[in-house]
Design a protein around this ligand. Structure first.
Ligand code: DON
Length: 307
């Protein structure tokens, strides 16, 4: 199988759909991104990166960052994590507050906004959100083997300025005693990790360990135990696209995570990590063209975990 030839076919499949979907505008700094952008990168076991289109252009990874914070929190608190966040699909929007009251402030899973805020709370020590972000940047730079990985602080500011919904979620959870740190401290870390700006190439490389049982196949570094890695992939498969998770599993059949910046990360166990970016979104906040590209990739490669 020649991956570069397959990527040419994926590019052809995507072409008629370029610019499809609706660019997120509830975070004003994201609204001005060119909807025609499209890039895709595949990081593989041998350290190679196969790419097409705008794969080296940085974009706001938004909710895809929740995969990395989830992984760090599992490493830090282990199974204790599940006392304060569940692992069931929500069937609701990423920023929904509906289930939180019924379920007494325990969010459904670590990939919806409320769950990711609890995960971030676990990563803040001594009320120091800056230290959390420095740690996260160190980890991502190491995983990506690229010290230039950074946060887009303009996006973080824009998100904070328009963050009424996330503040509501956080205060609501605090009222049930499900936050250890002050709401603004946790959110200052949350807004910044959502504003991480990576290219498809950097993102695919940084997530490669998730395709190899928690071990980076290039450096040999063990990042997660195989069991925890499986669990992250399971939660990505069932919850990675909110109320669009079923459709994503149906069409693509890979553990994945979307972000409202238009990125999608997909993990191909035993093969590699795929990052795709195209800013137009469907109603659930998953990249429209990104999903079409992944569907074409899976059709060509047979990479669906369902065979
Ligand atoms: O908190 C938010 O609303 C954004 N920072 C992240 C949302 C997001 O990416 C949803 N994913 N598709």
């Amino acid at each position: 199988m020649d991956i570069d030839e397959i990527l040419e076919k994926v590019a052809d499949a995507v072409e008629p759909h370029r610019g499809g979907g609706k660019v997120a505008d509830y975070i004003p700094a994201l609204a001005s991104i060119d909807p025609d952008k499209f890039g895709l990168a595949i990081a593989t076991k041998d350290g190679a990166c196969h790419k097409i289109g705008d794969a080296d252009e940085c974009f706001s990874i938004q909710s895809i960052s929740k995969v990395f914070t989830f992984s760090l929190a599992l490493q830090k608190v282990g199974d204790g994590l599940w006392k304060r966040v569940g692992r069931e699909p929500s069937g609701s929007a990423f920023n929904s507050i509906i289930q939180l009251e019924h379920e007494k402030g325990i969010p459904r899973n670590p990939l919806i906004n409320a769950g990711a805020i609890v995960v971030t709370d676990h990563l803040v020590e001594n009320g120091d959100a800056d230290a959390t972000i420095e740690m996260l940047l160190r980890v991502l730079r190491d995983h990506a083997e690229d010290q230039s990985v950074d946060i887009d602080y303009e996006v973080a500011k824009s998100e904070s300025e328009t963050g009424a919904r996330n503040r509501s979620l956080a205060h609501f959870m605090a009222s049930f005693g499900n936050l250890d740190n002050e709401v603004e401290v946790v959110l200052s870390a949350y807004f910044r990790h959502c504003a991480l700006a990576l290219s498809c190439s950097q993102l695919a490389r940084a997530a490669l360990f998730l395709a190899f049982d928690g071990k980076d196949p290039v450096t040999g570094e063990r990042i997660l135990t195989p069991q925890r890695c499986r669990r992250i992939n399971a939660v990505m498969m069932s919850c990675g696209h909110y109320d669009n998770s079923g459709d994503f599993a149906f069409r693509i059949g890979l553990p994945g995570k979307s972000g409202v910046g238009g990125g999608v990360l997909a993990i191909v166990p035993g093969e590699g990590a795929v990052a795709v970016w195209s800013p137009g979104l469907n109603d659930a906040g998953t990249s429209t063209v990104g999903s079409i590209a992944l569907e074409a990739l899976v059709a060509e490669t047979g990479w669906s975990v369902f065979g």
